[in-house]
Design a protein around this ligand. Structure first.
Ligand SMILES: [Zn+2]
Length: 64
């Protein structure tokens, strides 16, 4: 019996089981993205422009 859920971040199918460390997310990255999403809502920083592209993707240090 296999339970499959959809990753809340990217919608990819994730087999729910002991090997799915990041369930219901498909990966650590998607988990962090989702955590970041709610954290951003919870801890809104009024001084920052949400549309500023230079501050985009703080979750990926390998990006620069
Ligand atoms: Zn995902």
């Amino acid at each position: 019996m296999t339970t499959v859920v959809n990753c809340p971040t990217c919608g990819k199918k994730v087999v729910w089981g002991p090997q799915a460390k990041f369930r219901p997310f498909c990966s650590e990255r998607c988990k962090q993205i989702d955590m970041g999403a709610w954290a951003a809502e919870k801890y809104t920083i009024p001084a920052e422009s949400p549309d500023d592209p230079s501050r985009d993707a703080p979750l990926d240090p390998t990006d620069r």
